[in-house]
Design a protein around this ligand. Structure first.
Ligand code: PMV
Length: 306
């Protein structure tokens, strides 16, 4: 019975701007989704008929699948609609499990199909989440090919070059707001800002510059600069209208004791990340206020197929 699992992620720098071909840096985290698949007489998910399933991602994966009826079980370990790449972890692990029926699943083609699935469901996406979930570790997306290049993705004449990069040892705390947002709605919101105003386009350019500087700060192991850039990135995302009170409520009590904190992913709720050398303390401050917080470690494996 093929079993595949894939990690969630957070975006350290560059969400939203990456949809417009700007660079981004994302880190896979040690929260995983696992999918087990077996041949069956009808399509089933967690023991129920597949048609009762409401996930657009699963429907799209099954629409593309030509291998006959399967029964699948999902163990979802990434909090849903929280900016932590739950849909990418699900898509990558499900494709990994399904493809293993026919031939040894190959990472690049799974990352490509997973990106296609997200792009179709969301009506626009970058390959950041799906490539990071597939590769694990730290992933740098850029307009140009650089060292440790893995693959290139293209949609609508826009190109993304995906690289694996080395990062220094860092501790992160993720705060989950509990407010769910749809990535599609947030991407649409930013699209309206960018298409209507030169200001929106300037913000996207500025985010792109922060990512390039952030990559340099990571190479230098300069946690202070990384934190400053996280704050700047957050301010720019706020200007695009994707922060909200749920996010600010989590950043306020910790902002003076961390290197930097920002929203991560689509925004409008979802999660906040904080770079800190006192992760237990930061988690405690958030938990004492009734918030949900995790200390996350970087996942080095990406997609695992057994
Ligand atoms: O919130 P998430 O985990 O779906 O991340 C979305 C990241 C965006 O840059 C807003 C969209 C994308 O496809 O890159």
């Amino acid at each position: 019975m093929p079993t595949a699992s894939a990690p969630g992620k957070f975006i350290l720098f560059g969400e939203h701007a990456v949809v417009y071909g700007k660079p981004a840096i994302a880190l896979a985290i040690d929260l995983r989704t696992e999918v087990k698949a077996e041949r069956s007489s009808s399509f089933k998910l967690d023991g129920k008929p597949m048609r009762e399933n409401r996930s657009f991602y699963i429907r799209e994966i099954i629409r593309r699948w030509k291998g006959g009826p399967v029964s699948m079980e999902i163990k979802a370990g990434v909090p849903p609609s929280s900016g932590l790449g739950s849909s990418a972890a699900l898509t990558v692990s499900m494709l990994g499990a399904l493809r293993s029926f026919n031939y040894p699943a190959e990472r690049e083609s799974i990352a490509r199909e997973a990106f296609d699935v997200e792009y179709t469901v969301q009506g626009g996406a970058s390959p950041t989440d799906t490539s990071t979930s597939t590769l694990g570790g730290a992933v740098y997306i850029s307009e140009k090919k650089e060292s440790n290049f893995r693959w290139e993705m293209c949609k609508n004449r826009r190109f993304w070059n995906v690289h694996s990069i080395d990062i220094p040892d860092m501790s992160f705390v993720v705060g989950v707001t509990g407010a769910h947002s749809s990535t599609k709605d947030m991407v649409d919101r930013v699209r309206r800002v960018v298409s209507r105003s030169p200001f929106g386009k300037d913000v996207i350019e500025d985010i792109g510059r922060i990512v390039v500087e952030g990559k340099r700060a990571l190479e230098n192991g300069d946690l202070v600069r990384i934190g400053e850039l996280m704050k700047e990135n957050h301010e720019l995302l706020s200007l695009l209208g994707v922060s909200c009170e749920d996010i600010e409520r989590l950043i306020r009590p910790i902002k003076d004791m961390v290197y930097g904190a920002k929203l991560t992913g689509a925004g409008g709720g979802g999660s906040v990340i904080a770079l800190t050398d006192k992760p237990e303390k930061v988690r405690e401050i958030l938990e004492d206020r009734g918030e949900c917080a995790y200390i996350v470690n970087i996942d080095k494996d990406g997609l695992i197929i057994k």
